[in-house]
Design a protein around this ligand. Structure first.
Ligand SMILES: CC(=O)N[C@H]1[C@@H](OP(=O)(O)OP(=O)(O)OC[C@H]2O[C@@H](n3ccc(=O)[nH]c3=O)[C@H](O)[C@@H]2O)O[C@H](CO)[C@@H](O)[C@@H]1O
Ligand SMILES: C=C(OP(=O)(O)O)C(=O)O
Length: 427
């Protein structure tokens, strides 16, 4: 069994370079399949979700070259194939193949996705979007069969009942080669959506309004190859910001877009940490004593659900009572019992964690149940004198590039026991 052994209680100090965004990468890779030529994606993180996507594309016959931090994808040799499960189930973002294959072939036969277990992760809005574009959608024993009537989708006006990142991106992918104009109302505004729209536009798509709640997509006949550089991972960055504060350290994050992190910066300042913003860097200087605060997650530009678990750890160390509410995934609290093992005083009430701050946690044997629960427990271990043993590393590998070596470069005493699958040299 692979484990992280963290001898915590040391301040994190120094600089760390933030990798390309996971939640962009897993949408950009299927988007690249739509081009009639090679697409090069740069600043790609070496994380398990990207490795799995690379294998999925190869399985479907695409030419894929994944070197260092870039990937070349050529979807031209691809065949329409039944992709029932296997790797499809290993990640949530495999559902972008629905939109991408519908646009490319006019049909798709792809299983329901996997991803972190955060409670129910419905896909009804994706289906509503595809149907509005003229697709017939059937769930045949867990395999989604999507077929455009007469082989090509038709533009439509689609109102999303809830702000959904996944549905917004999937509709954008499907509509990019549809006949006519598609309007997405109440679209998600996440930076990852802008990133996908930027790639598609560089490929020749006509997408306007990405980053606002109304996106207009004028379908085109063909898309071409191009080069694209992924935006920095705001969730990885936020994780290091919170880790810096939790260890009362001083960390400079390089290669970030400070604007993407405004909600995190605001909350860290509210608890009393110092956050300095520069062009493409952020410095976090921790303090000895933190104030308790309330945090509510919401779609961008609100506080991200993906950082709800890490900030909960930090608030276990603040003075007073904090309430952290997850408005996106109400069951995303599987880290709470593990934090309690480490001496934290918190409980789940409905969709909130109610946290009574304590001065210090204690080391313990804990297990990551999902990706950001893993991040939350790593932060707890780093901030805690004594030894923390963390299992469930396969979840962390889905989304953090070179976690161990990046933390070591900041002075953490952390090592991985067993054969590290995803480690490579720090950039
Ligand atoms: C808005 C938001 O913060 N989205 C986050 C969500 O994206 P992800 O793409 O997983 O989820 P969505 O943005 O699609 O979902 C937002 C909300 O809408 C609901 N929903 C979604 C699709 C659907 O068809 N029906 C439906 O009811 C979801 O259950 C959720 O409560 O998790 C990702 C991984 O943690 C994050 O990176 C995203 O930032
Ligand atoms: C939950 C996450 O990932 P996924 O949606 O891919 O499971 C995440 O990035 O925090």
């Amino acid at each position: 069994m692979e484990k992280l052994i963290i001898n915590g209680g040391k301040r994190l100090e120094g600089s760390v370079s933030i990798s390309g965004a996971k939640n962009s990468a897993v949408a950009l890779i299927p988007a690249a399949l739509l081009a009639d030529g090679p697409v090069v994606i740069e600043n790609l993180p070496h994380i398990q979700d990207v490795e799995i996507y690379c294998e999925l594309l190869k399985e479907m016959g695409a030419d894929v070259l994944f070197e260092d931090d870039w990937m070349e994808v050529d979807g031209r040799p691809m065949q329409l194939k039944l992709m029932p499960n296997g790797r499809i189930k290993k990640l949530r973002a495999s559902y972008y193949l629905w939109g991408a294959l519908l646009a490319k072939f006019g049909e798709a036969h792809v299983g329901l996705p996997g991803g972190c277990d955060l409670g129910p992760r419905p896909v009804d809005l994706h289906i509503k979007g595809f149907e509005a574009l003229g697709a017939r959608v059937e769930n045949q024993n867990g395999v989604m069969t999507l077929r455009a009537k007469n082989g090509r989708l038709k533009g439509a006006r689609i109102y999303l009942d809830l702000v959904s990142v996944g549905a917004t991106i999937n509709i954008m992918l499907a509509a990019s080669k549809a006949e006519g104009v598609t309007i997405i109302e109440n679209a998600a505004r996440e930076p990852e959506i802008v990133d996908v729209a930027t790639l598609l536009n560089n490929m020749g798509a006509k997408i306007k309004g990405a980053g606002t709640d109304i996106i207009r997509i004028e379908g085109v006949e063909r898309l071409r190859g191009c080069r694209h550089t992924i935006i920095p991972d705001r969730i990885e960055a936020g994780t290091y910001m919170i880790a810096a504060a939790a260890t009362r350290g001083s960390v400079t994050l390089e290669n970030v877009i400070p604007k993407h992190l405004e909600s995190v910066t605001a909350k860290l300042r509210e608890i009393g940490a110092e956050v300095l913003e520069m062009d493409d860097c952020i410095q976090v200087n921790g303090r000895e004593v933190y104030r308790a605060i309330d945090v509510k997650t919401s779609p961008y530009p609100g506080f991200p659900t993906d950082l709800q678990q890490p900030i909960t750890t930090l608030l276990t160390l603040a003075t007073g009572t904090s309430v952290v509410t997850d408005n996106i995934y109400s069951a995303r609290f599987r880290h709470v019992d593990e934090l309690r093992r480490m001496g934290a005083n918190l409980k789940v009430e409905g969709r909130s964690a109610v946290i009574e701050g304590t001065r210090q946690l204690n080391g313990a044997k804990v297990v990551a149940s999902d990706l950001r629960a893993g991040a939350a427990l790593v932060i707890a271990g780093l901030a805690t004198p004594g030894t923390t043993e963390l299992e469930g590393l396969e979840h962390i590998d889905r989304g953090y590039e070179n976690l161990v070596s990046k933390l070591q470069s900041l002075g953490a005493d952390v090592k991985r026991i067993g054969l590290p699958r995803m480690e490579r040299h720090p950039r």
